[in-house]
Design a protein. Structure first.
Length: 631
């Protein structure tokens, strides 16, 4: 039963009052004092009533994007200051903490940095090599020690498709294998296997899997000296964050490799590369008398982070149901992984991403706090660690402080500060039957021009965490720009008039979400959503399985934990579900997400595959028939 008919919900007097209040908030209200009565003696003035608190949107953006907050990187003091500011605004507005919470914070612990521990070591006999000078582990390396004879395996490739196998006839079981990066080159210095760039065989995590599958104890990588300029060690942490190989993986400098090769094979690295590239055939061999010892130890810093949450309790028979209005308040700090200004050590201010969304969420909190209780309880959330992979919102739905089955809808605001030509992008309009009507009605009289960002609930922001739990979602976004994930995303570039229009529009949508009848999540459009559901964009895969990995999972369990499946996908039809851990794909062992994309890259549409899944601590075997990946 509909709580309030949408055609009735904007009663003239209440709507006019609410709209005036919201516009006043966004215009950074003037404070009006009460003049003293002419009959009151000057020596005994009547006490003035304090002016009500309102969120100053422009000042909030400027503060969140200021140098003082240093880009609001996860685990930083600047992000804590941002959280305190949001909580302070919630308190001043008279909003309540969640039931059972002592304050406005939902804290949890996550790894904020991963570095090679000084105990990481590499040696040949009595000679030890300095960490970060002669060698470095890669971020996806397994931890552990090795001490074994060395074997040179060319490019470390075993490919039936390309009729090339560096491991054929070579015993590497229990050995340390040494391999070059990339793959065999043609005379032009490009790949023998691929027409453009490199094939899947060149992926480093793929090389680690192939070496492990052949029984290697560790993989040592080298830059090929021919066709590639320089001999730089890769930056730790720049490859495949969050995924691990099953064996230690390190990179060494060319002089170290040459010393080993000339001792054991009596050939230089350059000569061996030229031999393989010219013939297109492997030149693998054991290195006599070369025994390599080492260990990889990874140091993980863990810090407490927090979502910032407040509620406006509802009234009436549906007060125990919820509408969530959210935005993320973190950004990239001083740069690093995720920055589109590589090498720049500078504050990434994140004015649009997402000081704009957080400030607009606070403007809606201001509007409803002054409007009073609604027909459903409103939950306002500033999510942390969105830039790390929707971690804050994933934590919220995985450890829900309110029953998710009672959440009627979720509205997400991410990057709403760069409205151009009055255009705003809408995601998730297809996740509830009524949403299209809400958009049409909300746009009456609005200057905004609505564009679709995909009708499904999958997308690169926090609404996806709710969509995976089958909560209808809507996402507002003003579009990409050249300052995205760069230090130049500053407060002076924000379109504050455009933000005001977005906030007024979002308020109408939230009004409808409060008033709507409960509707089941519609997943028909999720197959065309805006975030990869493995596999496998960027992997060369022709097929899809249709699982959505749990990017927030931080434990060390091997396998790929999933948060759900794409509707109509092979995974859904096979019976995979939220919480399953995929550990086998056919005969392939799955330890990481890259193992899964690797396996998919070798499959064809129509292939039937047995999937091994850990569910409730038991192994379950499911059958899936793969289909062609679209788009």
């Amino acid at each position: 039963m509909r709580l309030i008919n949408p055609s009735q919900r904007r009663r003239a007097s209440s709507y006019a009052a609410g709209a005036s209040l919201l516009l006043a908030t966004l215009a950074c209200n003037f404070v009006h004092g009460n003049a003293a009565s002419v009959d009151t003696p000057a020596t005994n003035p009547s006490p003035e009533k304090p002016a009500p608190f309102h969120v100053d949107v422009k000042q909030t953006v400027e503060y969140l994007a200021s140098d003082e907050l240093e880009g609001r990187g996860v685990g930083s003091a600047g992000l804590d200051k941002a959280a305190d500011r949001v909580a302070e605004d919630f308190q001043k507005l008279g909003l309540k903490p969640l039931s059972g919470f002592k304050d406005y914070f939902q804290p949890f612990t996550m790894a904020t940095s991963v570095t090679p521990d000084p105990k990481t070591a590499l040696a040949l006999g009595d000679k030890s090599y300095p960490l970060k000078t002669d060698f470095i582990p890669l971020s996806f390396s397994a931890e552990g020690a090795f001490d074994a004879p060395a074997v040179f395996v060319g490019y470390g490739i075993a490919s039936k498709e390309h009729d090339y196998d560096d491991f054929a006839g070579t015993d590497v079981k229990g050995k340390v294998v040494i391999a070059m990066r990339f793959e065999p080159h043609n005379e032009a210095g490009t790949s023998r296997f691929a027409k453009e760039v490199w094939s899947n065989e060149a992926h480093l995590i793929h090389k680690a899997k192939v070496a492990a599958d052949h029984g290697a104890a560790a993989l040592v990588l080298i830059n090929p000296p021919t066709y590639h300029v320089g001999d730089m060690l890769m930056s730790f942490g720049s490859q495949f964050p969050g995924d691990k190989a099953s064996i230690p993986v390190i990179q060494i400098r060319q002089p170290v490799a040459d010393a080993w090769l000339q001792q054991g094979a009596h050939k230089s690295l350059k000569a061996l590369q030229e031999e393989i590239d010219k013939s297109g055939k492997p030149a693998s061999q054991a290195l006599e008398g070369v025994k390599v010892a080492g260990s990889v130890v990874i140091h993980r810093d863990e810090k407490q982070v927090k979502n910032v949450v407040a509620v406006l309790p509802g009234k009436g028979e549906h007060a125990d149901e919820y509408v969530v209005i959210g935005s993320h308040y973190d950004h990239l700090g001083w740069g690093g992984f995720g920055s589109l200004s590589p090498g720049a050590h500078a504050i990434h201010h994140g004015a649009d991403d997402n000081a704009s969304g957080t400030s607009t969420m606070l403007a809606l909190a201001d509007h409803y706090a002054h409007a009073g209780p609604q027909a459903r309880t409103l939950v306002f959330i500033a999510f942390t660690a969105e830039e790390e992979g929707l971690i804050g919102s994933q934590h919220f739905v995985s450890h829900p402080p309110v029953p998710l089955e009672k959440v009627a809808a979720m509205l997400n605001l991410d990057m709403v500060g760069r409205v151009r030509n009055n255009q705003v992008y809408i995601g998730g309009a297809g996740t509830a039957p009524s949403f299209d009507a809400f958009l049409k009605e909300a746009n009456v009289g609005s200057p905004l021009v609505l564009k679709s960002f995909g009708r499904g609930g999958y997308g690169p922001s926090d609404h996806m965490s709710f969509a995976m739990k089958k909560v209808p979602v809507m996402f507002l976004f003003s579009g990409m720009h050249m300052d995205y994930h760069r230090p130049t995303d500053t407060a002076d570039k924000i379109n504050y008039d455009g933000m005001k229009d977005v906030a007024a529009f979002a308020t109408k949508i939230a009004d409808d979400m409060v008033a709507m009848s409960r509707e089941k999540y519609v997943d028909a459009a999720d197959t065309t959503g805006g975030m990869m559901a493995t596999g496998g964009h960027g992997t060369g895969s022709r097929v899809t399985l249709g699982v959505v990995p749990d990017y927030s999972e931080t434990d060390t369990t091997k396998g790929v934990r999933i948060t759900g499946t794409v509707p109509g996908s092979p995974a859904e039809k096979a019976g995979l579900k939220d919480g399953d851990v995929l550990v086998h794909f056919g005969k392939d062992k799955i330890d990481t997400l890259y193992d899964l994309t690797d396996s998919l890259s070798k499959a064809k549409p129509g292939d039937s595959v047995k999937l091994g899944v850990i569910r409730d601590k038991k192994t379950v075997e499911l059958d899936a028939t793969l289909v062609e990946r679209k788009g």
